[in-house]
Design a protein around this ligand. Structure first.
Ligand code: 2M8
Length: 450
């Protein structure tokens, strides 16, 4: 267990401790997302972990992505969880998903979930290649060869998203579950979850998450509610009944959303991978740029006059506009004209968001404190999440908004100097919340401090 240091850490102390946390969560060829709460590999966590590891060892960073991609489905889908062999009690575990039992596309040699998570892996590949620039010639050569070897899997993943997850070519990635967005219980999904009604007789299973967190205190108030969890479990059941078949899922699931943030991240990942293709002479650059263009149009098509983006309920076309961090998706996808981009950055830095006078750190909350749905402790309904901060810093830098990026970067480094690498933070008290020694938080620290 990681204990709180007596005083704020210096930058080099924070980085050293972050590397120590990642080493502690390393199980050889994968890094668990967090010691007790998440004792398996998660897809987008793995991408962030690889970005952090790239600052320590490009070879170990690549191993992380290779392990994840080795669990890829025949359709190209990269699963949101790759289970370790351990009987950890995490729910839903392999037996509940039963992917291998009901779907011939699932891999046979490893147990996975049957969902996706945001496709930030291409961003990680780009950053590993960049990190290798300063490495010895032999290491750089190995990095290039290993990226070359994983290229077909990366292309298949992007093709899967662009086809099966956007069959009508709207430029929005369809998600079948709030878990697929990574922002599980965000107010974004409150309205669509109203239509998710477990069948009579459905018995929810025991929640393991509350138990795993109870040692830290305040677990229940920091996690999704029981009512939400029953819906999460029911959607897994619906998906299992559809045998994880995309075509059937599009027809039968009671939750089907065009996720604007996932779509924006897909734009960015396509662009990053296209530069890798150009640099290494790999195939597919035009295809990737084509996906980036389509999904950028999709993201921009949801924006209001200030550039704030929205999700779309694909069951009936309703635009679902909520004051959550996903609204800043265009800062990641790019494509806004300068005036709207400025307006969006000003909104991000305003008192309704990072600039709230009561915040300990001027960082993006997962939900606006001006919203009636804001809850400062409950998971994706208010707390500040370091990987989301990282994404916005990265997006701002890419959009040429250096000043805002710099402010967020300094505030993030200050937050991480508590040395606990919490899963999320209370915006008004600065308290660590959720898990401790969370791998992606440590990874973000390593990258920001490099
Ligand atoms: C959280 O999600 C998992 C389900 O996938 C859970 O609550 O059990 C989310 O914060 C998700 O974004 C994250 O990838 C995962 C592991 O850190 O935990």
């Amino acid at each position: 267990p990681i204990s709180a240091p007596a005083a704020k850490l210096t930058r080099s102390q924070t980085a050293a401790r972050a590397a120590y946390v990642l080493a502690g969560n390393d199980r050889g060829r994968l890094t668990v997302a967090a010691p007790h709460l998440y004792p398996h590999m998660w897809s987008w966590d793995a991408a962030f972990i690889a970005m952090g590891l790239a600052r320590v060892s490009t070879r170990r960073a690549l191993t992380e992505l290779e392990t994840l991609l080795s669990a890829q489905w025949r359709t190209g889908m990269v699963p949101h969880i790759v289970f370790t062999d351990d009987e950890t009690g995490y729910e839903p575990g392999p037996r509940r998903w039963a992917c291998r039992e009901v779907c011939p596309d699932a891999p046979g040699h490893v147990a996975t979930s049957g969902l996706i998570q945001p496709p930030v892996h291409g961003v990680a590949v780009r950053r590993i290649l960049d990190a290798a620039r300063i490495a010895a010639a032999g290491e750089r050569q190995e990095v290039v060869e290993r990226i070359r070897a994983m290229w077909p899997a990366l292309l298949a993943w992007h093709r899967y998203l662009a086809t099966r997850r956007d069959p009508e070519e709207r430029g929005l990635v369809t998600i079948y579950h709030g878990w697929e967005s990574g922002l599980d219980n965000s107010p974004r999904w409150d309205a669509p979850y109203a239509a998710v009604i477990p069948a009579p007789g459905f018995v929810p299973f025991r929640r393991a998450d509350l138990h795993a967190l109870s040692a830290l205190g305040g677990a229940a108030a920091q996690r999704p509610s029981d009512a939400d969890y029953t819906k999460y479990q029911w959607l897994v059941e619906e998906l299992r009944r559809a045998r994880y078949d995309d075509e059937r899922a599009h027809r039968t699931l009671s939750f089907r959303m065009g996720d604007v943030l996932t779509s924006a991240l897909f734009v960015a990942a396509n662009e990053e991978l296209a530069t890798v293709a150009d640099e290494l002479g790999l195939p597919g650059a035009d295809e990737l740029i084509g996906y980036a263009d389509r999904f950028r149009r999709g993201v921009l098509g949801t924006c209001d006059e200030s550039g704030f983006a929205a999700d779309v309920d694909l069951r009936d076309g309703t635009v679902v506009r909520t004051p959550t961090i996903a609204g800043f998706a265009p800062l990641v996808s790019g494509g806004l004209d300068a005036a709207r981009r400025r307006a969006l950055v000003e909104r991000l830095m305003s008192a309704d968001w990072c600039g709230h006078p009561g915040f300990v750190h001027a960082l993006p909350p997962s939900t606006s404190p001006a919203s009636p749905d804001f809850d400062p402790v409950r998971y994706w309904r208010g707390p500040q999440w370091p990987p989301m901060t990282w994404l916005l810093i990265w997006g701002l830098e890419r959009s040429g908004e250096q000043e805002a990026a710099h402010m967020l970067r300094e505030a993030a480094i200050d937050q991480l100097a508590d040395g606990l690498f919490a899963e999320y933070y209370h915006p008004f008290t600065g308290e660590p919340l959720g898990a401790r020694a969370q791998s992606w938080t440590a990874a973000v620290a390593l990258d920001l401090l490099a």
